[in-house]
Ligand binder design. Structure first.
Ligand code: GLY
Length: 254
């Protein structure tokens, strides 16, 4: 069975890190309602949701994806690029320890889970303001024994690799080609976002269905036309904190 670790939106989310967005007011209750909707979508798709309590002083802690990479064979506790986010990893390591052998990315390396896209045995790691080549070397050392290939990918204009590209079907990536080059992803087919919806490339794939934000109707139409099944959720409040749907869960085989 698939398990999703999630965490309640922090009351301090208004103090979140922002890199490419201007700060605008965030309605915590609305963000929490939308987060509930997201957890319901996961449950609707048969995922067991392990919902953690809020971390009142860790503004970005709802974005659990950035703390770890969980694979079938092991889990890697990451070292987030923003210093304010590093304390988020401790509790996640405790939660994951009964499920997986743990490795830890060590200083000075920096990597956010939002920069890590797994497609089968290929692990793409975005080189962004949050993630660096030191981390890529450590990930290679941890993962080569399990048969994974780790590939560095240049990302520009957005926070994370998965702001620019995510998987929406077995061999299909949803991509914003303005932020990441398709040539990085050999053998894949692509659905391009509508150019007027820059943030539309982030979707959570569960089996053959995606969880997708309601904010991107033009790209949603393209996904519909491509036959991608989806459950839609409102996610615009957490988007003000520069978070997207993949950011809000760590999903793995339990
Ligand atoms: N606010 C999300 C992040 O910057 O990590």
């Amino acid at each position: 069975m698939l398990i999703a670790i999630t965490r309640e939106v922090s009351r301090s989310i208004i103090n979140c890190e922002l890199t490419h967005l201007a700060r605008t007011p965030i309605d915590v209750e609305r963000a929490r309602d939308q987060h509930d909707q997201y957890e319901s979508a996961l449950k609707h798709l048969g995922v067991a949701v392990l919902s953690l309590p809020e971390e009142p002083t860790l503004a970005d802690s709802v974005f659990v994806e950035d703390t770890a990479l969980v694979l079938d064979e092991c889990a890697i506790i990451l070292r987030p690029g923003a210093e304010s986010r590093r304390p988020e990893t401790e509790s996640i390591a405790k939660i994951l320890a009964p499920y997986r052998k743990l490795f830890h990315v060590e200083a000075p390396a920096r990597v956010d889970g939002g920069d890590i896209l797994r497609v089968g045995k290929r692990i793409y790691v975005g080189l962004s303001t949050r993630s660096d080549t030191n981390a890529i070397e450590q990930l290679q050392d941890f993962l080569q024994p399990y048969g994974y290939e780790v590939h560095a990918v240049m990302v520009t204009g957005c926070l994370h690799l998965k702001s620019a590209v995510t998987q929406v079907a077995e061999n299909t990536l949803l991509i914003n080609p303005a932020w990441v080059n398709k040539n990085n992803f050999d053998g894949m087919t692509f659905i391009e976002i509508d150019p007027s919806e820059s943030y539309a490339a982030n979707a959570v794939l569960i089996g053959e269905t995606i969880i997708y934000p309601t904010s991107f109707p033009k790209t949603q139409k393209k996904l519909d036309e491509a036959g991608i099944k989806m459950v839609t959720v409102d996610a615009d409040e957490l988007a003000k904190a520069e978070g997207a749907v993949t950011c809000c869960s760590l999903i793995f085989n339990g």
